[in-house]
Design a protein. Structure first.
Length: 275
């Protein structure tokens, strides 16, 4: 009996020590309305749940695909603020590499020079800067948008490669930028709180010497609360080779994603968010 108790205590310590890359979003449920996450249809073969931590705080949550080396989606609360876009250092996620006690995102150079990881160790589980630098016609497209964050720290936290997908450059600087900056500002007028989930549908092609999946579509969904009541919701989707964003109802976006995920029903928010 004593041995069993000791083993249970050890397991508990190990769980706490790795609390930022977890087996669910129980460590950061605040980024999901009614603590309800998208259903399992979106889960890849090798999913990782990341509570994105920077400067001792969680700023958003990401479901990450280790095999394709792209995020599936990032969830956050829409809180644009006056802080300027930071001079960004791009980060990677140490806890995707191996068992270690580094709970926060780090720069590649810091992991290599200070913590003695090799670049090859980092590359095994995630994208690195060199992957994106060899792409043409594609940007580092944020899922959790730095423009939707209210502080320098929360904006900086979006500059991690676990929050980035290869996004068509024209789309990123065109119709998608308009949606993020203009349409969202208009649609959230009067909302007390707006929960956002932005994701990418895996495509059939790879870039960066075959290391990184190029998504076929980029999508985003939002649920607006007035007080504590969800009053309206919406979604958008864009093909990742065109400069067009299609505005949809939340239910229409879920139907479109259901089609793209081979007919398996996709739900993104609690059923109390209007479809």
């Amino acid at each position: 009996m004593l041995r069993l108790l000791l083993l249970q205590a050890l397991a508990s310590c190990l769980w706490l020590g790795n609390s930022e890359v977890v087996k669910s979003f129980a460590e950061c449920p605040q980024f999901f309305y009614a603590q309800t996450t998208p259903n399992d249809v979106l889960h890849p073969g090798k999913p990782v749940w990341i509570c994105q931590r920077y400067s001792n705080s969680h700023h958003y949550a990401t479901l990450y695909d280790k095999e394709r080396r792209i995020p599936v989606y990032s969830a956050y609360i829409y809180q644009p603020g006056p802080a300027k876009r930071p001079h960004a250092w791009w980060f990677v996620e140490p806890l995707l590499i191996s068992d270690n006690n580094l709970k926060e995102m780090k720069r590649e150079s810091v992991l290599i020079e200070q913590h003695k990881f090799t670049l090859e160790q980092i590359k095994e589980s995630q994208a690195v800067l060199d992957d994106y630098e060899q792409m043409t016609g594609l940007d580092r497209g944020h899922l959790s948008s730095n423009n939707h964050m209210n502080s320098g720290e929360s904006k900086m936290a979006t500059f991690t490669l676990t929050n980035i997908v290869p996004q068509n450059s024209t789309l990123n600087h065109g119709a998608w930028k308009d949606y993020e900056n203009k349409t969202m500002a208009q649609k959230t007028q009067g909302c007390t709180t707006t929960y956002v989930i932005t994701g990418a549908v895996p495509g059939n092609t790879k870039v960066a010497s075959g290391r990184i999946n190029r998504p076929s579509h980029i999508w985003s969904a939002a649920c607006c609360l007035v007080g504590t009541n969800p009053t309206r919701a919406w979604g958008v989707i864009a093909e990742n080779d065109k400069n067009e964003v299609e505005n949809l109802k939340l239910g229409e976006l879920e139907e479109r994603l259901t089609e793209l995920y081979d007919g398996r029903t996709v739900t993104l928010f609690s059923n109390t968010c209007p479809r």
